[in-house]
Design a protein around this ligand. Structure first.
Ligand code: FES
Length: 134
């Protein structure tokens, strides 16, 4: 995550994901990104002014991680947890420290903060284009 001083130029690659206020200060939320190639989920964790954004897909078998919609953290809020088989991931880098996919990592999406808005940089295969975020 980086904080930028100029508003990112929106295009097919850089999109506004949400506002900082959409994420509890020590919590998480999830958003769907719809593109011309299909849609995928994102998970966002906020630790005060820092945010961490990952694709919402467990490296074990590819399922979404949510415990409930938008909730990805253990009770003590120290790790991201997968609701399917309980894998635990470090918030800071998405590395799996325990569970059936130990040693693998969540796919990190590069994120920027500008004026309390969160933008992400999408992967851009040929023909990829943003339709909406929700
Ligand atoms: S699907 Fe996440 S731990 Fe199995």
């Amino acid at each position: 995550m980086i904080t930028v001083t100029k508003k990112p130029e929106m295009n097919d690659t850089i999109v506004r994901l949400c506002a900082m206020d959409d994420i509890p200060e020590e919590g998480s939320n999830g958003f769907l990104v719809e593109t011309t190639e299909g849609r995928f989920g994102t998970l966002v964790v906020r630790k005060k002014t820092k945010i961490f954004v990952y694709k919402n897909s467990c490296p074990h078998i590819g399922t979404p991680l949510d415990i409930k919609a938008g909730q990805f953290l253990t009770l003590d809020k120290s790790r991201i947890i997968c609701s399917t088989h309980g894998a635990l991931f470090r918030i800071e880098d998405g590395y799996c420290v325990s569970g059936p996919c130990a040693g693998s990592s969540l796919l990190a999406l590069s994120a920027m903060i500008y004026d309390d808005e969160i933008f992400i940089n999408l992967p851009k295969p040929k023909g990829f284009g943003l339709k909406k975020v929700y």
